[in-house]
Design a protein around this ligand. Structure first.
Ligand SMILES: [Zn+2]
Length: 418
């Protein structure tokens, strides 16, 4: 079957083009959650929902929802979602391709006047990307009931409290401690996403069917030293927090390399964020905060990593002038996607004659949070050179259209899914 009979390339292209214009002008493509640009993008999405005549709402976790009601009265629902926020200087496709393709699915179902025995919704999950509150996947964690008060009461560098931002966008932060009641009615949560790696492109495969998403843990390492005059405090009198931080950065990198070789499974650790205080050329750094981002398929490697790092910090504290602490700030467990949904994804892809393979995700996604509580799965489409989280990120519209056709066929196949 020709996929062009299902998905609409020009509709997809217009969606991508519209959203890429909504960016911080000096820093394309930047649309950080709760920013002015993010609100503008939500207005754009609301307009798209209106054009499709969907019922629009925001749930307690601040997810924006466009609902296409079944003609039969039912509470059962299929959700297709992704995210419209970006990382700073991010790309035009990460998350966005998934939201635009979800709109295309509903457009197709409406235009063909197809009666579904379930309601169908497009979700823009709130704040999927890691933010200044040290948390990713705010909206999907909310649905799964795994946002706790420690996370919700965090303030960012501008003293904005996460719970207040969620309330401002239409959520209700007081109702986020339990899984949402809707989960008992969810037949499936589906997502299309760019791969953000090179497997599909290198092997010329159209569709990646995701088997698993690794655990993601984030930790803050805080190193407290003593700030002082860079000219008068002698070298042997210093408690320089940044010098010690550099040792820890190298230790983390070497440890992760060792564990990834030993386990022979996906295991990566990154320190990509450093806050230095007071961050001034003529002052000895008095305080440093590092964020460790750790992703692992195996809980064993993860535990080994943390145990080794904790021991290292204890031994550093015994001899150093600085005091170092390690704090767990976020965790998403390793999850497997729903196997029955993946069988359906495979037959939906085969229907168009696409090549497909089953693969593990390296990145985290909203679907990983949702898979903890409901049947969920996702597909990947190729992106150029595997680049993502950068302005060079690129996916062919025809590849997004192929994935969209698979999603449409998938929704049709779900009619008989029990
Ligand atoms: Zn994404």
């Amino acid at each position: 079957m020709d996929f062009n009979n299902f998905s609409n390339i020009s509709f997809i292209e217009k969606g991508i083009n519209d959203l890429e214009k909504i960016t911080e002008p000096d820093r394309p493509y930047t649309r950080i959650v709760f920013s002015k640009e993010f609100y503008q993008a939500r207005d754009w999405l609301t307009e798209q929902f209106n054009l499709l005549d969907l019922t629009i709402s925001t749930d307690e976790a601040g997810n924006l929802i466009g609902l296409y009601n079944s003609k039969v009265k039912t509470d059962k629902i299929v959700i297709i979602g992704s995210h419209i926020d970006t990382v700073p200087s991010g790309g035009r496709y990460d998350g966005i391709a998934g939201v635009v393709s979800a709109l295309n699915v509903i457009k197709y179902i409406k235009e063909h006047n197809i009666d579904l025995p379930f309601n169908l919704a497009v979700y823009d999950y709130l704040g999927e990307e890691l933010n200044d509150w040290g948390i990713s996947c705010i909206g999907s964690r909310g649905i799964a009931g795994v946002l706790n008060n420690d996370i919700l009461s965090r303030a960012d560098s501008s003293r904005r409290v996460l719970s207040q931002e969620i309330d401002k966008i239409g959520g209700n932060s007081k109702l986020l401690n339990n899984p949402f009641p809707i989960i008992k009615n969810i037949i499936a949560c589906l997502e299309l996403h760019i791969e953000q790696g090179k497997v599909l492109e290198n092997n010329k495969i159209d569709i990646g069917i995701v088997r698993s998403i690794p655990s993601i843990s984030r930790y803050t390492v805080t190193i407290s030293g003593q700030a002082g005059h860079s000219g008068t405090i002698l070298m042997n009198q210093r408690a320089d927090a940044l010098v010690l931080a550099s040792e820890i950065i190298i230790f983390v990198n070497k440890l992760a390399l060792k564990l990834s070789r030993k386990s022979n499974q996906h295991f990566v650790a990154t320190i990509g964020k450093i806050n230095v205080y007071p961050n001034s050329a003529a002052i000895i750094p008095g305080l440093v905060e590092l964020t460790i981002d750790l992703r692992a398929v195996s809980n064993n490697s993860r535990d080994q990593f943390i145990n080794t790092l904790e021991k290292k910090i204890i031994s550093i504290n015994e001899v150093s002038e600085c005091n170092t602490t390690l704090k767990d700030i976020a965790y998403a467990p390793y999850v497997e996607m729903n196997k029955e949904l993946n069988i359906l994804f495979k037959s939906s892809s085969d229907y168009f004659g696409f090549s497909s393979n089953i693969m593990d995700s390296g990145a985290g996604h909203d679907t990983a949070q949702l898979a903890r509580v409901v049947p969920a799965s996702m597909i990947f489409i190729p992106c150029k050179d595997g680049l993502s989280h950068c302005p060079e990120e690129f996916a062919e519209t025809s590849d997004i259209a192929k994935g969209t056709a698979v999603l449409i066929k998938m929704v049709l196949n779900l009619v008989n899914f029990k």
